[in-house]
Design a protein around this ligand. Structure first.
Ligand SMILES: *Cc1c(COP(=O)(O)O)cnc(C)c1O
Length: 379
């Protein structure tokens, strides 16, 4: 089945009691049992809820996985993965990482005795040199946020396998519409569902998808034990969002390309980060593992100051200045002071997050209008 068809039908079936075509919002905490243990598969909504389960199945199917688990946020989903580890275990992660993930790893889990190595994963050798007997997890984010670096998932899967470690991929930016990490050898897929999967900037949610049964049991055990689940109303909203994921991503890709090309030729713009350019250092890998380059574009200004960036950031009308990404409406953000403020200046500048860096989450509006908006703000 092609992806567009799957996006509409995955995980959902008419409600057995009424025939309702849309999965009902089972806004309930508990389920009545006829006799102790005699129930219809649901006991308590932290453990399982039919609306959430429909969504978990849908996301698992879209990722070509078998088991899905949804959480109250993307961070809660990442938290579940790290809880699969023990003190003394080591993680190798990309150095150009979502700020919240970096904070969770360094400010919380280092304190629990887990060791994290942050390396530029475009360079396979830098990963291999960190592998040792304690390596239990390789954490990949691709494309990366906000520098749009591309990491070779297949190559990482080989390194992880040889090390006896799990490979987890944060697939938030690409979504299964553009990239299927499990098919490339990953063990775990993580999503900030808040972004493209939800797609309408109205829900905060996370998800994990795995293929392996034993791994799924660890995942569900932690999901139920730690309890960071999402609610049925939010699950319903995301089930609705998923139906248009395929067509939304197509439009995000079209607009991303138009705007990246517009920025590249603009006299005030210095660098443009978009994996679709042939000059992008990892363009070949992007072409190999992605079916489109998405709607995220970052750029810097020739005048590399916060003041110059601020002029652009407050000069747009269609692009709203806000955190987050992946919604139908266009947003722009300033990583140095917003999403990446929790990373020390020295660290962030090493990865390219300089003062004038602006990140665009390009929506599904008409590209001409978006370009017009940026033109005025840059002027
Ligand atoms: C937003 C985001 C997260 C965190 O997800 P939340 O839903 O905000 O908790 C993790 N990774 C990436 C790439 C993100 O963009």
């Amino acid at each position: 089945m092609k992806f567009g068809t799957k996006a509409v039908h995955a995980g959902v079936a008419p409600d057995p009691t009424t025939g309702a075509i849309m999965t009902p919002i089972y806004q309930t905490s508990t389920y009545v049992q006829a006799a102790p243990g005699d129930h219809k598969g649901y006991e308590y909504s932290r453990t399982g809820n039919p609306t959430r389960n429909a969504l978990e199945n849908a996301i698992a199917e879209l990722e070509n996985g078998k088991y899905g688990a949804c959480f109250g946020s993307g961070m809660a989903a990442i938290d579940c993965v790290i809880k699969m580890l023990k003190p003394g275990d080591e993680v190798i992660s990309t150095n150009d990482l979502y700020g919240g993930t970096y904070r969770l790893f360094t400010k919380i889990y280092e304190g629990f005795g887990i060791k994290f190595h942050f390396v530029p994963m475009g360079d396979l050798e830098s990963v291999k040199t960190k592998v040792n007997a304690n390596t239990k997890l390789i954490w990949v984010e691709t494309p990366t946020n906000p520098m749009m670096n591309i990491i070779d998932i297949e190559a990482m899967a080989k390194i992880a396998k040889a090390a006896g470690a799990l490979l987890a991929v944060d697939n938030t930016f690409a979504t299964p519409a553009l990239q299927q990490p499990l098919d490339l050898g990953a063990d775990i897929i993580m999503h900030s569902v808040t972004k493209y999967l939800g797609g309408h900037s109205d829900v905060v949610m996370g998800a994990l998808v795995v293929k392996d049964k034993a791994l799924s049991e660890r995942m569900y055990f932690i999901q139920n034990s730690s309890g960071a689940v999402c609610g049925p109303m939010d699950s319903f909203l995301v089930l609705r969002g998923l139906k248009t994921l395929s067509i939304r991503m197509k439009q995000h890709c079209i607009n991303g390309k138009e705007i990246a090309n517009f920025l590249k030729d603009h006299p005030k713009v210095d660098k443009v980060y978009w994996p679709g350019f042939e000059s992008h250092p990892n363009h070949e890998v992007a072409k190999k593992q992605m079916s489109g380059f998405g709607g995220m574009v970052s750029f810097t200004l020739k005048e590399n100051t916060i003041a110059a960036a601020t002029k652009v950031l407050s000069g747009t009308h269609l692009f709203s200045l806000a955190e987050s990404l992946g919604g139908v409406e266009s947003l722009l953000g300033h990583p140095a002071s917003m999403t990446h403020a929790s990373i020390p200046k020295e660290e962030r500048e090493k990865t390219g997050v300089v003062d004038s860096l602006i990140r665009l989450s390009i929506g599904i509006e008409d590209a001409e209008d978006l370009i017009d908006d940026l033109k005025k703000a840059l002027a």
